[in-house]
Design a protein around this ligand. Structure first.
Ligand SMILES: *[C@@H]1O[C@H](CO)[C@@H](O)[C@H](O)[C@H]1NC(C)=O
Ligand SMILES: *[C@@H]1O[C@H](CO)[C@@H](O)[C@H](O)[C@H]1NC(C)=O
Ligand SMILES: *[C@@H]1O[C@H](CO)[C@@H](O)[C@H](O)[C@H]1NC(C)=O
Ligand SMILES: *[C@@H]1O[C@H](CO)[C@@H](O)[C@H](O)[C@H]1NC(C)=O
Length: 437
């Protein structure tokens, strides 16, 4: 690709269609929290796995750790139960109920516990006869079930799509959203229907998704591996010209959970997932064993500057804009905006496996950054390493980065304000500066 192509891609970043988002006042930035599925799946044998089975003990413990380990403080707010919490039977009056043995205190008590920690409580269900793991689904009892959720003071509903008619999903999920609204309790609504419809090659109605859901799963489940993370990233890049326009405050594309802190990703690969998810304005839902997350992974999950990119108030979903020498460049326009010039998050992601960190060089202008007021640059994962952090650069300056194999260099490039303090002569002198990072 030539640099001209880069600029063309960027222009489309700024063209925002008018999207009517779900009007429940929630998820104005991508939801952050913890979701059980990826790490804990459907472990129900509490005798053999007392600390890992899907039970009130697991969720109370996770709620405790979200707070005590500092995750809540940086924004991880939603504690979300996934499949396998249910009893196989509804109650005599037809209500959903939790498995008695694993949730002896019931869901309302768990919800109260989570709220007392200052967190929000999420629950899983399925728009089908059964959930994916074979427990009772909501189909046929939708109104009663949303009423039950409201009684339990649920703050977030993930609605899966197993055992249902894929063709009727858009109708069914829309009605479910309307039922949720009628309870009067604002609940974040996470929809799974596009993942099922995309899988069948159907044309998905993203206008309806944005109008009736706060977030939606576009693709299949993530696994605990580098190949799974990059498959999802590649799929989002493939579809980005269509999907990105539907993201914005209150309505987000969802590439699925963060697998950081588990078994499958190295430290560098974890930084890649965190960076791409920040660029994509993706929900940041960890699925890991919070008591066992090693410090170097916790630091990635709690990187405030990276979270700030993810939570940027403009809510513009970024894109992969450039591929060259097996380096992928991802870009997201963020605040502050000065004189009509965005600031940017820029991720250089290496798909390489040859030993030495790969040196890559590109000018700000070639990335479409041409504000005549110039830019300041922060290296988000290596704040103390770059001597050029917060130095001043013009559009002709070059970014020169070294990217580890299956690693990332993640930068914030801030547009400078009109500022009488900026020394114009100095700025002109800085023209040919090269940033070594
Ligand atoms: C659940 O209901 C089925 C019939 O629908 C019954 O056979 C079974 O014994 C019930 N199980 C429990 C645990 O109540
Ligand atoms: C229900 O929808 C109306 C109209 O869009 C909105 O004003 C209201 O806040 C919604 N209520 C809830 C609880 O989502
Ligand atoms: C998509 O959803 C929107 C909003 O609900 C609706 O107005 C439109 O008719 C739908 N489009 C199709 C093709 O079904
Ligand atoms: C800066 O780039 C944008 C597109 O990226 C273009 O629309 C604009 O005209 C350029 N401005 C200058 C001063 O080159």
């Amino acid at each position: 690709m030539t640099s001209g192509t880069v600029v063309l891609c960027l222009v489309s970043l700024a063209v925002l269609h008018e999207i009517h988002g779900l009007d429940n006042g929630l998820a104005l930035t991508p939801p952050m929290g913890w979701l059980a599925w990826q790490r804990y799946r459907c472990i129900t044998d509490c005798d053999t796995y007392p600390d890992e089975c899907v039970s009130e003990k697991l969720f109370k413990n996770a709620a405790d750790l979200l707070v005590s380990e500092g995750y809540a403080e940086v924004g991880y707010q939603y504690l979300i139960v996934d499949d396998c919490w249910l009893s196989h039977n509804r109650s005599a009056d037809g209500k959903l109920q939790a498995d008695e043995k694993r949730f002896p205190s019931g869901i309302k008590a768990l919800s109260d516990y989570v709220h007392a920690k200052g967190l929000k409580f999420g629950l899983y269900q399925d728009w089908g006869k059964k959930t994916c793991a074979g427990y009772p689904g909501v189909l046929g009892s939708e109104e009663l079930d949303v009423k039950t959720f409201a009684e339990w003071e649920v703050d977030y509903v993930k609605l899966d799509g197993c055992y249902s008619n894929v063709r009727d999903m858009d109708k069914g999920y829309v009605e479910f959203s309307q039922h949720l609204n009628k309870t009067g309790r604002p609940m974040v609504f996470s929809c799974s229907w596009p993942a099922y419809q995309e899988d069948k090659g159907m044309l998905v109605n993203y206008t309806a998704l944005a109008k009736y859901c706060n977030l939606w799963r576009n693709s299949g489940d993530i696994d605990d591996s580098w190949s799974s993370v990059m498959d999802i990233a590649d799929y989002f890049a493939l579809k980005q010209e269509f999907w990105a326009q539907y993201a914005g405050p209150g309505h987000w594309n969802d590439p699925d959970m963060l697998v950081i802190g588990n078994f499958g990703l190295t430290v560098d690969q974890s930084k890649v997932q965190m960076s791409i998810w920040a660029i994509l304005a993706a929900p940041l839902l960890m699925s890991n064993k919070l008591s066992d997350v090693r410090p170097e992974f916790k630091e990635i999950l709690q990187n405030k500057e990276v979270i700030r990119i993810n939570q940027d108030a403009l809510g513009i979903q970024g894109k992969r804009v450039f591929r060259d020498k097996r380096i992928d460049i991802w870009l997201r326009p963020v605040e502050p905006v000065h004189l009509g010039h965005y600031s940017y998050a820029v991720a250089f992601v290496s798909r390489r496996s040859d030993g030495a960190p790969f040196a890559y060089r590109i000018s700000l202008a070639d990335l479409g950054m041409n504000s005549s007021n110039g830019y300041t640059i922060t290296n988000l994962f290596e704040k103390n390493k770059s001597p050029y952090n917060n130095a001043y650069f013009t559009q002709k300056s070059f970014l020169r980065v070294r990217v580890n194999p299956s690693g990332v260099v993640f930068l914030r490039v801030n547009a400078s304000p009109i500022n009488p303090d900026i020394d114009r002569d100095n700025a002109n002198n800085a023209t040919n500066n090269v940033v070594f990072i």
